[in-house]
Design a protein around this ligand. Structure first.
Ligand code: FPP
Length: 234
């Protein structure tokens, strides 16, 4: 019997395995990242088709600065090209576009392209496409605490802290998917991950396609989300 497919409101992807995908084909790592951008675009299309409200992607972490400068430069060049060549189409499709992380450390020309997009998408009401750049979960929590202190707030509850995260006011991820068989969060959405289902897929990120997306939805649909409550009977 066909199981009912549940659609998560918010799905988040830890895009891993671009380097290994390239290595397996004796190609430079940056080719893996380029294919990774195509996979990201495929997942955006699948999320839109499925009716997901928000999709997040971990594109560059606060720890990724230790990579060779050449790879860092190539990655930010790709982010700029992606903003210049593809995000305009996303704006036309009505998507809300956001970037979470400390953008002040990114190359100036990349930030300028991102700002243009943020501005042109500001009145959109469609699916939220959230891209984490120079993002770390611990860094985000510190950032939120410092914001609270700077506003002179003296008593903090869950809601206050939640509201001060980059994702303040938006739904937490229902499911976090990591590619390439690694089974860690690697400092991604630590606060928001509290009740997320975790799905680990063996395929490398550049191989993500409609078939893998479907399998993710099937796996998510089988999970019994209880939020600390008892199992539902019947
Ligand atoms: C992890 O693979 C991937 C990254 C650190 C970068 C992910 C970035 C992209 C897909 C491009 C981002 C661009 C846009 C437009 C948002 P890895 O390099 O760690 O792979 P490995 O573990 O196999 O070496």
């Amino acid at each position: 019997m066909q199981e009912e497919i549940k659609i998560p409101r918010h799905i988040a992807f830890i895009m891993d395995g671009n380097g290994r995908w390239a290595k397996k084909r004796l190609l430079p790592r940056k080719v893996g990242h380029r294919e990774g951008v195509s996979a990201l675009r495929r997942m955006v299309d699948e999320c839109e088709k499925a009716g997901v409200e928000m999709v997040s992607f971990y594109a560059f972490s606060t720890e990724n600065w230790t990579r060779p400068q050449e790879e860092i430069d190539a990655l930010f060049k790709m982010v700029k090209e992606f903003a210049d060549n593809h995000l305009g189409e996303y704006v036309k499709r009505g998507f809300r576009i956001m970037f979470m992380g400390d953008l002040s450390k990114l190359p100036r020309e990349t930030v300028e392209s991102l700002k243009k997009i943020i501005l042109s998408a500001k009145d959109n009401k469609g699916m939220i496409v959230n891209i984490a750049l120079n993002y770390g979960g611990r860094d985000e929590i510190l950032h939120a605490v410092n914001r609270i202190l700077s506003e002179g707030i003296r008593e903090v509850d869950m809601q206050t802290l939640s509201d001060c995260m980059y994702t303040g006011g938006l739904p937490d991820p229902d499911v976090i998917v990591r590619s390439s068989g690694e089974k860690r969060l690697s400092n991604f959405m630590l606060w928001q991950a509290a009740y997320a289902e975790l799905i680990f897929v063996d395929d490398y990120w550049p191989d993500f396609d409609a078939k893998i997306f479907r399998k993710i939805l099937e796996e998510y649909s089988k999970r019994d989300r209880r939020y600390g409550n008892v199992r539902r009977i019947g």
